[in-house]
Design a protein around this ligand. Structure first.
Ligand code: GAR
Length: 201
């Protein structure tokens, strides 16, 4: 059983997928703390409904991003988190947090990295006209949406597919792949080789 601290900024559908996978017995984990970078994030309600402790940070906390990450790190350590799971968390992460959880901060991104970084990835891919969209789960480092890739899943964009339809399908893939990857961590099956490449046993 691994103890997860989940960082969110928005609706929290990935948080919900993780909670659902735990409830269904597919993920041997416990979400012990949810931290939101926005007080109005919908995901906070999901966490509270599931009886999970939450911390909601105001915008002004991020005036000093390093101090914010120190605060977040303290809360996660205090809660006894093994892994820090970014789930729609739209803030850069700094050494104050990364150094407390080496190779234990993970992110999901709704594109096949390194293409389409940032907060509008699905729209950018759709507008560009790529034929294949996808999802990436990766370790977090100091560069936003970078870090060693753990898992990716691709989906063909259908002829004439609307942005809304594609967005729904990408989210659906996210909700499958993130709990699956976390279960691999719970089974201790993910590591890095000497070149820093991710190895899954
Ligand atoms: C998800 O699609 C996630 O991959 C994305 O934000 C969305 C959050 O949705 N993250 C990024 O774009 C990170 N650069 P959710 O709050 O419903 O989980």
């Amino acid at each position: 059983m691994i103890r997860l601290g989940v960082l969110i900024s928005g609706a929290g559908s990935n948080l919900q997928a993780i909670l659902d996978a735990i409830a269904a017995g597919k993920l041997d984990a416990e979400v012990v703390l949810v931290i939101s970078s926005r007080p109005d994030a919908g995901g906070l309600k999901r966490a509270t409904a599931a009886g999970i402790a939450t911390v909601s940070l105001s915008r002004s906390v991020y005036n000093e991003p390093w101090a914010a990450d120190e605060l977040i790190s303290d809360k996660l350590i205090e809660a006894g988190c093994d892994y820090v799971v970014l789930a729609g968390y739209m803030r850069k992460v700094h050494p104050e947090l990364l150094d407390s959880f080496p190779d234990r901060v993970l992110n999901i991104h709704p594109a096949l990295l390194p293409a389409f970084i940032g907060s509008e990835a699905i729209r950018q891919a759709w507008e560009y006209g790529v034929k294949v969209a996808g999802v990436t789960v990766h370790y977090v480092n100091q560069d936003y949406d970078r870090g060693a890739i753990i898992a990716q899943r691709a989906l063909d964009i259908l002829p004439g597919e609307s942005l809304e339809a594609l967005t729904m399908r990408v989210h659906h893939v996210e909700h499958q792949i993130y709990p699956e990857v976390l279960q691999l961590f719970a089974e201790n099956r993910i590591s890095k080789d000497t070149d820093g490449r991710v190895v899954i046993r």
